[in-house]
Write a protein that binds this ligand. Structure first.
Ligand SMILES: CC(C)(COP(=O)(O)OP(=O)(O)OC[C@H]1O[C@@H](n2cnc3c(N)ncnc32)[C@H](O)[C@@H]1OP(=O)(O)O)[C@@H](O)C(=O)NCCC(=O)NCCS
Length: 179
């Protein structure tokens, strides 16, 4: 079971088959806005792609290689967050996230990240959490910065974003630094 109650309005849980329609609708609604910073949007054209994505997230959870969760706010799916990869050997995980455009500006992602960083250190006994953001993605970069992550460096041409490479800024938080 992977479910976190962050407040009486906000919770995270892994997806199951019956969430496919809601997730599909959320992606459709946010397509153009998400495409600015996420390179998988064109691969989620129809509901079958979303069903396959959910299947993969469940496999990732079962194999403990990654964990992807939906973000529900006031009983409505509003985004996705997760450990994109968990490197158990080196005791570190990489967080990724996106949020419905209309739900930006309420601190939802910051609260969800805080919960998953807490979980990484306190339940998974990891040593490090990383967040990697495109250099120009000011809103995304503000999340680790708000949580006190350290900017560790620039990864040049880290991602192909449809028609150009973008640099990534790598942020890190160590267990000993997290309060
Ligand atoms: C990146 C993204 C998730 C950031 O969303 P966001 O709403 O800015 O982040 P949060 O939910 O943490 O909210 C923070 C905002 O809420 C405000 N806020 C309100 N209450 C808050 C609270 N209790 N705690 C923290 N912030 C709060 C903050 O001031 C901030 O607003 P500001 O940008 O106007 O200063 C979103 O823009 C997105 O999904 N973008 C497209 C996909 C993407 O880029 N994903 C990341 C790829 S690396």
């Amino acid at each position: 079971m992977f479910r976190f109650e962050i407040s009486d309005k906000l919770y995270l849980k892994i997806f199951n088959k019956k969430d496919a329609q809601e997730l599909h609708e959320l992606i459709e609604l946010n397509k153009d806005y998400l495409k600015k910073w996420l390179n998988w949007v064109d691969e989620m054209e129809d509901i079958e792609n979303v069903k396959e994505f959910i299947k993969k997230t469940r496999q990732g959870f079962a194999s403990e290689e990654n964990i992807t969760a939906g973000i529900w706010y006031k009983e409505e799916l509003v985004g996705v967050i997760g450990y994109n990869s968990i490197d158990w050997k080196n005791k570190k995980a990489n967080l990724g996230y996106w949020l419905d455009k209309q739900h930006q500006g309420e601190g939802i992602i910051t609260a969800a990240c805080k919960e998953l960083v807490d979980n990484a250190f306190n339940n998974f006994n990891l040593n490090k959490v990383e967040i990697s953001c495109a250099e120009g993605n000011v809103k995304s970069r503000a999340v680790p910065e708000r949580l006190g992550f350290t900017q560790e460096g620039v990864i040049r041409d880290a991602e192909w974003l449809y028609d150009k490479f973008v640099n990534h800024i790598q942020y890190g938080m160590l267990a000993e630094e997290w309060e």
